[in-house]
Design a binder for this molecule. Structure first.
Ligand code: COA
Length: 326
């Protein structure tokens, strides 16, 4: 059976930088507080003219170029996002059109910050079953448009960006080894966007307490995130009969530096094994892992045959890990 191997990565972040000092001007907080509690120094913000599919298309084109694959040769496009261009149709269809991937079918995955690893699992299944031979998986978000910039509990954390990978069916030992996905819908109200949907439709002129901004109970999310990220990463290692010391690069969802460090410590990773860029981009939800992966790849950190562990957690709650041989 053929492997599903990543043969190209790409990413795109908007030019505009919003620093913690900028946020000091927008809400009741300080740059020092933000750095101490999150490790975030700055995040990128999409220009007014940019939408999620623009960021996604830029990342996708970079990944295709690295892979040496023409857009027309892609069989399937999966976009992981919670901030699509429209409620429907899928942003993946808009990306398909923008990049000219005329032979691909396209759909979105909605699993919040875990969306990219959910998308990778779908790509793996499509390739292993023989249904596809080249798949583009993209994580893309313009979270700045669902954030209340006056809410200090949330606005300090998030940023905009996109990352993409091209997977190809290949013979050999390299590729995705396993996917481990979980959800628990009982945590809905700890992290969600109350409007607008069938629960709280735009037509009903929602009450002010239900404005369509992202809502979060940060300290509760924090505890479950560390527990879940650690457990699913361990599950992936156990399934392969491997241990933390076998991993060349651990790429966790870039939620918050304290979450990443607590998770890495629980699992026993050294600082050198863990990829962190949350200081520069904040939490970009589904885009965070593919942006980190692309940075690591372009810096030459990843070598053929390296063992890489991706680890994600997000609203839903959803969480998951992907173990792969680079
Ligand atoms: N600036 C200054 N003070 C702030 C603040 C801010 N931006 N945000 C909250 N505070 C205050 C609170 O009002 C509270 O004050 P009080 O003690 O007078 O009531 C105090 O700081 C502590 O609040 P708490 O919410 O317990 O802080 P925390 O240490 O948990 O840090 C988060 C808050 C949001 C940074 C942290 O909970 C977090 O990162 N959670 C995970 C969120 C996340 O990653 N979500 C996405 C998952 S995919």
């Amino acid at each position: 059976m053929k492997q599903a191997r990543i043969i190209g990565t790409g990413s795109y972040v908007p030019e505009k930088i919003r620093t913690n000092h900028d946020i000091e001007q927008m809400t009741d907080t300080t740059a020092e507080w933000i750095v101490a509690r999150t490790g975030i120094h700055q995040r990128r913000i999409a220009a007014d003219s940019q939408v999620t599919s623009d960021l996604a298309a830029n990342a996708a084109l970079a990944a295709l170029e690295m892979a040496g694959v023409a857009a027309q040769d892609i069989d399937q496009i999966i976009v992981a996002t919670i901030t699509g261009d429209y409620p429907w149709p899928a942003t993946a269809c808009i990306v398909q059109n923008k990049i000219g991937a005329t032979n691909a079918y396209a759909y979105d995955v909605s699993a919040a910050c875990s969306g990219f690893v959910y998308g990778l699992a779908n790509a793996y299944n499509a390739i292993r079953s023989g249904a596809a031979s080249k798949v583009l998986v993209i994580g893309a978000e313009v979270l700045s448009r669902i954030i209340d910039w006056g809410d200090r509990n949330t606005c300090i954390l998030f940023g905009d960006g996109a990352g993409a990978v091209v997977l190809e069916a290949q013979e050999g030992d390299c590729g995705i080894l396993s996917n481990h996905l979980h959800s628990d819908g009982s945590y809905l109200e700890l992290l969600y966007q109350p409007g607008y949907g069938s629960c709280n439709p735009l037509s009903a002129k929602a009450d002010p307490g239900s404005l369509p901004y992202l809502k979060m109970q940060g300290n509760e999310v924090f505890k479950v995130a560390v527990r879940s990220l650690s457990a699913v990463a361990q599950e992936a290692l156990d399934a392969a009969g491997l241990s933390t010391s076998d991993v060349d690069l651990f790429v966790p969802h870039q939620a918050n530096r304290r979450i990443l460090e607590a998770t890495a410590k629980r699992l026993g990773f050294t600082e050198e094994q863990v990829y962190i860029n949350v200081d520069r981009f904040g939490n970009t939800s589904a885009a965070s892992i593919p942006i980190a992966l692309d940075e690591a790849n372009r810096k030459g950190v990843l070598k053929d045959g390296d063992l890489v562990l991706l680890d994600a957690f997000g609203g839903g709650f959803t969480w998951g890990a992907t173990l792969l041989r680079w």
